[in-house]
Design a protein around this ligand. Structure first.
Ligand SMILES: O=C1O[C@H](COP(=O)(O)O)[C@@H](O)[C@H](O)[C@H]1O
Length: 237
């Protein structure tokens, strides 16, 4: 595991964007699973303004690692956030964007999306292989939409499952552990002081770490990078 500690969210965005651009350049095509959350928003803004014309976006295929079960116009939608901050500003073909249909029945959509991922991506040991999975970590240690009270979803034999937010009861569609850990590269983007305790526990394997889904991320490729700002990294320095 590699840990990059940057000054602030903007520096995280800069550093990750440079890594992303290199990755696109090194491959003929790049299958990426995006996350929602606060840090990607800044990263997407940065990519859109600084890399709009520096990346061949026709080589990039966007999927989502998790989505809230709401229409694509809802302010809670991870897809909407990505459109507003990134996709609407890029010369990327519509056919390269594979959103989770959050407006559909959650169980049917989890099945459909899992099958879509399986028929579109290359398979490695029978499991769809993303080139890059981008993850966030919630203050409670959740990642994608696998929450601590439903950590069993991690080990599902399916590519996608329906998850339920523990407080709001909102349904989500999430990729499962087998897909995350099969990716060629996995990146965590985590910023802010509210994450510092879980960052320490997960990275140092301390306290209740094994009840946090984020601690199950361990790609078989061994390529795992944590992008942290100073605030999130306070307790591991
Ligand atoms: O609900 C979600 O939260 C996590 C973490 O988001 P953050 O705002 O606490 O950084 C995110 O990774 C996930 O995609 C999103 O749906």
């Amino acid at each position: 595991m590699e840990i990059k500690i940057l000054e602030n969210k903007t520096e995280v965005a800069k550093s990750f964007s440079a890594y992303f651009a290199e990755l696109v350049q090194s491959q003929e095509q790049l299958f990426v699973a995006l996350s929602g959350g606060s840090t990607p928003k800044t990263v997407f803004d940065y990519l859109a303004s600084e890399y709009r014309n520096k990346i061949d976006w026709t080589k990039v295929f966007f999927f989502w690692g998790d989505e809230r079960c709401v229409p694509p116009t809802d302010s809670e939608s991870n897809y909407k956030m990505t459109v507003d901050h990134l996709l609407s500003k890029l010369p990327i073909p519509e056919a390269n964007v594979f959103r989770v249909l959050g407006e559909n029945d959650p169980e049917e959509e989890a099945l459909r999306y899992g099958e879509l991922v399986e028929k579109t991506l290359p398979l490695e040991k029978g499991i769809p292989q993303f080139d890059l999975v981008i993850l966030g970590m919630g203050d409670d240690g959740h990642t994608a939409s696998i929450f601590p009270n439903s950590i069993y979803l991690w080990d599902s034999s399916r590519n996608c499952k329906v998850a339920t937010h523990p407080d709001s009861g909102q349904k989500r569609v999430t990729i499962t552990g087998r897909v995350i850990n099969q990716a060629k590269h996995v990146v965590f983007l985590v910023t802010g002081a509210s994450k510092k305790e879980k960052v320490r526990e997960v990275i140092r394997r301390e306290g209740e770490y094994n009840s946090y889904p984020a601690s199950m991320v361990n790609p078989s490729s061994d390529s795992l990078v944590w992008y942290l700002d100073q605030e999130a990294a306070q307790e591991i320095k």
